[in-house]
Ligand binder design. Structure first.
Ligand code: ADP
Ligand code: MG
Length: 551
C-alpha cells in the first residue's frame, strides 16, 4: 500500500455535506437513484469509447451495475464497470462541486437565507454527496479505463476532509461502499433496496444486479418491432419517460430508414397540459439517442417548440456520437430529423382524428392551443397547412356543438369558389345574429365560427389553405360593397334614394374623423347598419377588452 493523502473539501462542498447530513428521512432513498445514475453515466461514456475503438483496461468486462446489501456489516455497495476515475478525477469530482444540480441547490439555499435546505434536497439531486445522507463513512474505489491506470481508494466521513490512497485488486470502473448510519440501516435490506431501484431506475440502459439477481428492465422499447410492444409496455415506458403516473392517450411508435434512420417513440399524456407545459420556457421532453447511447436528455432541437407536449425518445444511427451541443443546433441533419418527425406527428394526429373523432376532439380541447402556436411560429407553408388540418370549428352549416375541419369545409365548397369564410364572435348566438353573416347568407356560403379571439389571428396569419383564401366575412362585405353601389333592388321598406342621401350626409358629418367611409348597402335586411374594420383581426381583441371595460 502506498501512502495516504489527506485532503480538504472545498468550502462549498463542506457546506453542502453539512446540509446533506441533516436531510429528512423521507428523502434519503434518492441516494440510490443518484449513485445508479452516476454508474450508468460512467458505463454510457465507456460504451462511447468502445465505439471509438479506443484501447482500455479490462476490455472484456461486461457493462453492468452490481448492487449489494450486507445486513451483517450494515453496508450498501454499488459497483460498475464504467470508465472509472483517475486520481486527479477523484479529487476534482468528489472533492469539489462542479455539478449543476448541487450548485442550483446551494444557490437556492443561499437565496432563501436559511441554511437548512433540508426539505428540498430531493428535488435537486445532489449527486454523489447524497450518499452521506445515509452513510457515516463512504469508500470509493476506482480504476480508470485508460490503459496502465492505477486504482485509488477515496474515503471520508463527510465532514471536513477525505483521504486518498492507492488500492490493490480493483477492476476497471468504480465501487462505492456506504457504511450506513444507525437510522438508515434499512438500506442494507434487499427487498427495501429493490423497491427503490424499481421506483427510480427501471429503464436504465444497463443491467442492474441486486445481490446477484437482475432487477431492472433494460429493453430500449423504441428499437423493438412495434408489433411486439404491448399497451402495458407503452404505459410503463411512458411513465418512466414523462415521470408521471397517468397513462398515454396516444402512442406513436415510428421507425424508418429513409430519408434517414429513425427509431422513435412518442406519447401524449392523458392529463390536461399544466401551466408549466404551456410555457414556452419549458424544456422539451424528448430524449435524443444514437444507438441507445443517450446524446441529450432534453433535446430542444429535434422537435419544434410547439410540440413540447410530446414525451418520448428519438434514436438515430445517422447522428454522429461526437456531435457537440453547438453542432446540434445548426446541423442540417437535425433540421431534417425535425422536419420528418414534425410531419409524421401531424399525419399521425390527422389519422387519429379520422379513426376516432370523439377521442380526438377531447384531445383537441385540451391541447389545441399548441396547434395555433404551431401555425403562428412555423415558416413552412405546407407544414402550417398540415397543422391547420388539425383545427376544428363550428360552422353556419352545422348544428351547434358539431365541428368541422377546414379540409371538410373545403370539400363542401361549390366549384369555382375560392374563399373560405370565417367570422369571429364570442358565441354561437352572437355569430348567428351577426349582420355580417346575414349579408353572406344570401349567397349560401358556409362560414366558420371562431369563438376565440386568437383564432382569427391564426387564420389571418395562415392566409391560405389548399390554394383557397381564408377570409373574414367582414372584409368580404367591404370588398363586395366596392362594386355594389349600383344595385337597384330596393323594396318598399327600404329608404328612398333621397332619404338615404340625407341620412348618409348626416352620418358623414357626425362621424367625420372617426370613420374612413360611410357607404350605402342593400345587403342587409334585418340590421340597420354594419361596422367594418379593414384589419379586424388584429383589432378585435383590443376592441373587445376595451368595450368590456367600459360596460
Ligand atoms: P453529476 O453526476 O451530476 O456530474 P455527481 O455529484 O453525481 O454529479 O458526480 C460528480 C462526478 O463524479 C461525476 O460527474 C463523475 O465525473 C464522477 N463520478 C461519480 N460517480 C462515478 C462513477 N460511478 N464512475 C465514474 N465517475 C463517477
Ligand atoms: Mg450524478
Amino acid at each position: 500500500r502506498g501512502p495516504s493523502d489527506k485532503l480538504e473539501f472545498q468550502a462549498e462542498t463542506r457546506k453542502l455535506l453539512d446540509i446533506v447530513a441533516r436531510s429528512l428521512y423521507s428523502e434519503k432513498e434518492v441516494f440510490i437513484r443518484e449513485l445508479i445514475s452516476n454508474s450508468s453515466d460512467a458505463l454510457e461514456k465507456l460504451r462511447y469509447k468502445q465505439l471509438g475503438e479506443e484501447s482500455m483496461e479490462d476490455v472484456d468486462l461486461p457493462l453492468e451495475i452490481h448492487i449489494a446489501g450486507d445486513e451483517s456489516n450494515k453496508t450498501f455497495t454499488i459497483q460498475d464497470t464504467g470508465l472509472g476515475m483517475t486520481k486527479d478525477e477523484m479529487i476534482q469530482s468528489l472533492g469539489t462541486i462542479a455539478h449543476s444540480g448541487s450548485k442550483a441547490f446551494l444557490d437556492s439555499v443561499n437565496k432563501d437565507g436559511n441554511d437548512t435546505g433540508k426539505n428540498i434536497i430531493g428535488q435537486f439531486g445532489v449527486g454523489f454527496y447524497s450518499s452521506f445522507m445515509v452513510g457515516h463513512k463512504v469508500d470509493v474505489y476506482s480504476k480508470s479505463y485508460i490503459p496502465g491506470s492505477k486504482a485509488y481508494k477515496w474515503t471520508s466521513d463527510g465532514t471536513g476532509t477525505y483521504e486518498l490512497s492507492e488500492a490493490e485488486g480493483v477492476q476497471r470502473g468504480t465501487k462505492i461502499v456506504v457504511h450506513l448510519k444507525g437510522e438508515s440501516h434499512e438500506f442494507c435490506i434487499e427487498s427495501y433496496i429493490k423497491d427503490v431501484i424499481t421506483k427510480y431506475s427501471n429503464f436504465v440502459g444497463v443491467p442492474i444486479f441486486l445481490n446477484g439477481k437482475k432487477v431492472n428492465i433494460v429493453q430500449a422499447l423504441w428499437t423493438l418491432d412495434p408489433k411486439e410492444v404491448t399497451e402495458e409496455m407503452h404505459e410503463e415506458f411512458y411513465r418512466f419517460i414523462a415521470n408521471v403516473s397517468d397513462r398515454p392517450r396516444y402512442s406513436l411508435h415510428y421507425k424508418t430508414d429513409a430519408p434517414l434512420n429513425i427509431r422513435s417513440l412518442f406519447y401524449i399524456p392523458q392529463y390536461k397540459p399544466t401551466l408549466f407545459d404551456m410555457s414556452r420556457e419549458t424544456d422539451m421532453s424528448v430524449q435524443l439517442y444514437s444507438r441507445k447511447v443517450m446524446i441529450l436528455s432534453k433535446s430542444n432541437m429535434i422537435l419544434p417548440k410547439w410540440l413540447r407536449f410530446m414525451k418520448g425518445v428519438v434514436d438515430s444511427e445517422d447522428i454522429p456520437l461526437n456531435l457537440s451541443r453547438e453542432l446540434l443546433q445548426d446541423s442540417g441533419l437535425i433540421r431534417k430529423l425535425n422536419h420528418v418527425l414534425t410531419n409524421k406527428i401531424i399525419k399521425f394526429l390527422h389519422e387519429q382524428a379520422k379513426k376516432d373523432p370523439l377521442k380526438y376532439y377531447s384531445f383537441y380541447e385540451d391541447y389545441g392551443l399548441f396547434f395555433r402556436e404551431g401555425i403562428m411560429t412555423t415558416h413552412d407553408q405546407d407544414t402550417r397547412e398540415g397543422i391547420a388540418r388539425l383545427l376544428r370549428f363550428e360552422s353556419s352549416k352545422l348544428p351547434p356543438g358539431e365541428r368541422t375541419s377546414i379540409e371538410d369545409y373545403a370539400s363542401r365548397m361549390k366549384a369555382g369558389t375560392r374563399n373560405i369564410f370565417y367570422l369571429s364572435a364570442p358565441s354561437r348566438e352572437i355569430a348567428e345574429g351577426s349582420p355580417y353573416l346575414e349579408a353572406l347568407r344570401k349567397k349560401d356560403a358556409e362560414v366558420l365560427f371562431l369563438y376565440e379571439p386568437y383564432d382569427e389571428l391564426v387564420l389571418m396569419n395562415l392566409g391560405q389553405f389548399d390554394k383557397k383564401n381564408l377570409k373574414s366575412i367582414e372584409n368580404e362585405i367591404l370588398d363586395e360593397q366596392e362594386d355594389n353601389n349600383n344595385v337597384d333592388e330596393a323594396d318598399d321598406k327600404s329608404l328612398k334614394q333621397e332619404d338615404a342621401d340625407v341620412l348618409m350626409n348626416w352620418l358623414k358629418t357626425t362621424l367625420l374623423n372617426r370613420v374612413n367611409k360611410v357607404k350605402l348597402t342593400r345587403k342587409l335586411s334585418s340590421h340597420p347598419c354594419v361596422i367594418t374594420v379593414q384589419e379586424m383581426g388584429s383589432a378585435r381583441h383590443f376592441l373587445r377588452t376595451t368595450f368590456a371595460d367600459k360596460s
